[in-house]
Design a binder for this molecule. Structure first.
Ligand SMILES: *[C@@H]1O[C@H](CO)[C@@H](O)[C@H](O)[C@H]1NC(C)=O
Ligand SMILES: *[C@@H]1O[C@H](CO)[C@@H](O)[C@H](O)[C@H]1NC(C)=O
Ligand SMILES: *[C@@H]1O[C@H](CO)[C@@H](O)[C@H](O)[C@H]1NC(C)=O
Ligand SMILES: *[C@@H]1O[C@H](CO)[C@@H](O)[C@H](O)[C@H]1NC(C)=O
Ligand SMILES: *[C@@H]1O[C@H](CO)[C@@H](O)[C@H](O)[C@H]1NC(C)=O
Ligand SMILES: *[C@@H]1O[C@H](CO)[C@@H](O)[C@H](O)[C@H]1NC(C)=O
Ligand SMILES: *[C@@H]1O[C@H](CO)[C@@H](O)[C@H](O)[C@H]1NC(C)=O
Ligand SMILES: *[C@@H]1O[C@H](CO)[C@@H](O)[C@H](O)[C@H]1NC(C)=O
Ligand SMILES: [Zn+2]
Length: 720
């Protein structure tokens, strides 16, 4: 088997060149980049040579059909729980392609604003009322659709608060510390934070923990790279810069503590389910998102008061608005009234499940994408992925028409209510857990399939090499002549680095139950048209004029996904690279070591984890040799043994119970960072304990984490 040395992305410095404004649901631009060996750029055969079956799949992707599916998904309200028809339509398409398809309904906790308004009252009595919906644009048909809900933060608290407000930079714990050190009174005031760097819900939590009465989170041009009005680019719809009225919606649940329905954390939501209190999982203070346009007068009113940007000396504090100094305030007499009343109730949501039975029913590959969007459009998030999934179903349909049957069962999932907090996928996983953990070979996620031309993926060590190989078989759109294949563009984007998994999308519940996962997508870089993330302008019009004119990147991403799924589901030997899984663990423990060395417990002994990884490495190298021989000799019995071990070994990572304070997170290898909420912490339970200053717990979790790795190694063991 060809072996690549693949570098990994780890927790390290928060410095990362790309500062665009994504959230915990979209890990890419906020992953921590660390030191680490970079994979060498491989020579790629050009044009790629494909097998007959691969050619059928790849040639089946048609930009016109993808555009049609995209158009459908982006022209109707499909916020979580709002659109059963769209679920049925998806099931119909998959059936038409040849899959069995059904809807799975779950009653979940949803929240919507009953009332939302925000007014600035200046010391001279003049006022500015914020607009909580985007401007209607003649060019963009869905910007004027009826029944638009004001932009809101799902799971936010309620309140009618009138108070002075303080600019808190990115709203990290360190940002708040700067203000406290300067003697700025925070208690009872409203926090005003800039989007970016950490997950939005963590900003709200930090404000709440500092006794603040409300939180505003606004979009700043700082996160738009080169492409800003300040730099001379026209704003959407006339050009690629951000429309100043664009608002980033999003959930503010405490995403590093749980996934799914906050009333049924740890069990499936059903009509007769017991339901718990949401209070530990969601903020109690109100929070509201603001556009650039409406943030400006608030920032201007603080000028000359409080801590200056220079004094704060914090990364991301000083934004990119011309003529704004980013002083903290408060400004005496400048107050905000935020009146935000949220309602919550239990409502049904609908997952769509599509199945092609394989000839080995105890081996299953699950491929999923969410369907719900914050806005009428959702052209990138998530329906670029949804359009690709329909085209993928038809591609496999062509193979079925030729009499093909996969070796392993393929399950497609179209998840509802991801945006509120991964509800649809989590409840489905929780209601099928024993089956899923006994049969699932891998879960493959695609969320934002295309918001720009730059492909990326994150995921489990054993899967990485094979996923990279598939990229070399996909031609990249001609418009990017320097990058003939998807691999070339990926390498240019990532320099060969692959990130660990946090909780950014629907893979979280699979991964936290010990199922190997990857998550793929393509996004925009700092010189590409600005993606109007979670805004009304994430629309078909934006996609077809700026994001992916001609739907060519969609097609390439779909071709890649279809090759991944085809090989996972049909290769005689599951195409994993176990020695690379060991390499990744070694890199993660080196990262943990850095955390320990810099912590209050520099003498914490992590050698049990190092020893466990040594044992894992030994078993990984051994089984790779056995697998190669079994494959070479076509030894069916041995192949079945190896495949079962490849399927099962990551369950070991989740075999030692839930992490303290977040019991549904069980994968000792990675989980979302508690105080970051975005990217992943490696060896999270050890890291959490160190951060809490609890040496005893840290020691306990060194032991448990090593046990979990030894369990994975034990599953891999093949007798001589
Ligand atoms: C559901 O979505 C479809 C397609 O976008 C749309 O035509 C329909 O009006 C939506 N239904 C509702 C209830 O909004
Ligand atoms: C909200 O608070 C403001 C200021 O205290 C008050 O004037 C207004 O009546 C309140 N609104 C509601 C709906 O209670
Ligand atoms: C700003 O912070 C950096 C480290 O974050 C430090 O090196 C530098 O000296 C600080 N500058 C001032 C003026 O305090
Ligand atoms: C910033 O201030 C300058 C000088 O007063 C002015 O010419 C310019 O228009 C202002 N820019 C913006 C974006 O307000
Ligand atoms: C697929 O397999 C399942 C479980 O064995 C079975 O219930 C179902 O009927 C099968 N579907 C088809 C279309 O054969
Ligand atoms: C990516 O492409 C740009 C433009 O062709 C080039 O300047 C840069 O060096 C490339 N980076 C990598 C890592 O390949
Ligand atoms: C599909 O690609 C063709 C060839 O590049 C192009 O002419 C056409 O406009 C594209 N279709 C759509 C719907 O974008
Ligand atoms: C941890 O880091 C220290 C200091 O750099 C180094 O001496 C030690 O070998 C490292 N241990 C492991 C297990 O990587
Ligand atoms: Zn999404």
């Amino acid at each position: 088997m060809p072996r690549l040395t693949i570098s990994v992305l780890l927790l390290g410095a928060l410095a990362y060149a790309c500062q665009r404004d994504w959230d915990a649901l979209h890990r890419r631009p906020h992953q921590h980049r660390a030191r680490n060996t970079h994979a060498k750029r491989a020579e790629v055969e050009y044009p790629p040579s494909l097998s007959e079956t691969e050619s059928i799949l790849v040639n089946s992707f048609d930009n016109k059909s993808i555009s049609d599916w995209s158009y459908y998904y982006t022209h109707g309200d499909h916020l979580g729980s709002h659109n059963k028809t769209m679920a049925e339509w998806t099931a119909d398409k998959w059936r038409d392609a040849g899959f069995d398809a059904h809807l799975a309904e779950y009653p979940i906790w949803v929240t919507y604003p009953e009332h939302s308004s925000l007014t600035l009252i200046r010391p001279d009595g003049s006022t500015h009322e914020a607009n909580l919906v985007e401007d209607v644009l003649e060019e963009d048909d869905t910007s004027s659709y009826p029944n638009v809900i004001p932009a809101f933060h799902a799971m936010s608290g309620s309140g009618n608060v009138t108070a002075e407000y303080v600019y808190v930079g990115r709203g990290t714990q360190a940002d708040f510390q700067v203000l406290k050190d300067a003697g700025i009174e925070l208690e009872g005031k409203i926090a005003m934070a800039n989007y970016g760097a950490i997950y939005r819900g963590t900003k709200v939590k930090n404000a709440q923990d500092n006794g603040m009465a409300g939180c505003i989170i606004f979009t700043d041009p700082l996160d738009d790279g080169e492409v800003t009005v300040e730099n001379g680019y026209a704003a959407y719809p006339d050009g690629p810069a951000r429309n100043p009225s664009s608002i980033q919606r999003g959930s503010v649940r405490f995403s590093s503590l749980y996934s799914g329905d906050p009333t049924t954390v740890g069990w499936a939501s059903a009509p007769d389910s017991a339901r718990g209190d949401v209070a530990p999982y969601n903020p109690s203070i109100p929070s509201i998102p603001l556009s650039m346009k409406d943030a400006l007068p608030l920032l201007a009113a603080l000028q000359g008061h409080g801590v200056t940007a220079k004094e704060a000396n914090r990364s991301g504090w000083e934004g990119a608005f011309a003529n704004i100094t980013y002083d903290s305030g408060p400004a005496p007499g400048a107050v905000v009234n935020m009146n935000h009343i949220m309602n919550g109730w239990v409502a049904p949501v609908w997952d769509v499940i599509g199945v092609i039975n394989g000839t080995s029913p105890d081996e299953v590959v699950v491929v999923g994408n969410h369907r719900d969007a914050w806005v009428i459009g959702g052209a990138a998030d998530p329906n670029s992925g949804s359009a690709i999934m329909i085209e993928l179903a038809y591609a496999f349909g062509k193979l079925l028409d030729n009499g093909w049957k996969p070796r392993r069962t393929i399950v497609l999932g179209s998840w509802d209510a991801e945006e509120f907090g991964l509800q649809g996928s989590t409840e489905w996983v929780e209601s099928h857990l024993p089956w899923l953990t006994s049969v699932t070979v891998a879960y493959v996620n695609i969320d934002v399939g295309t918001s720009g031309p730059r492909p990326d993926f994150s995921g489990s060590g054993e899967i990485q090499a094979f996923v990279i190989e598939q990229m070399k078989k996909v031609l990249f759109p001609e418009a990017w002549g320097d990058f003939p294949t998807l691999y070339d563009m990926w390498y240019n984007t990532t320099e060969g680095e692959v990130a660990p998994l946090g909780s950014g999308s629907d893979y979280a519940s699979f991964y936290q139950n010990g199922i190997g996962c990857i998550d793929i997508g393509a996004s925009n870089g700092p010189t590409d048209p600005v993606y109007h993330y979670h805004s009304n302008y994430d629309s078909y019009h934006w996609m077809s004029t700026f994001g992916d004119p001609g739907f060519k990147v969609h097609a390439a991403m779909g071709q890649w996904l279809s090759l991944i799924v085809y090989h996972m589901a049909d290769d005689v030997l599951i195409p994993w690279d176990l020695p690379n899984a060991a390499t990744v663990l070694q890199a993660y423990v080196a990262e943990l070591n850095d955390t320990v060395v810099e912590s209050d417990f520099p003498d914490l002994d992590i050698s049990p984890i190092v020893d466990a990884i040594d044992e894992f490495t030994k078993q990984a190298e051994n089984i790779a040799k056995v697998a190669e021989q079994a494959h070479a000799f076509g030894d069916q019995i041995l192949l079945a043994v190896v495949n079962a071990k490849y399927r099962d070994f990551p369950r070991g990572y989740a075999s030692v119970g839930g992490m303290p304070g977040r019991e549904t997170f069980r994968n000792v290898i990675s989980a979302p960072g508690i105080d970051n909420g975005y990217g992943a912490d490696v060896f999270p339970a050890v890291t959490d304990s160190i951060n809490k200053g609890d040496q005893e717990a840290a020691e306990e979790w060194v032991g448990k984490s090593s046990k979990a790795i030894l369990r994975a190694a034990e599953v891999l063991e093949v007798g001589a």
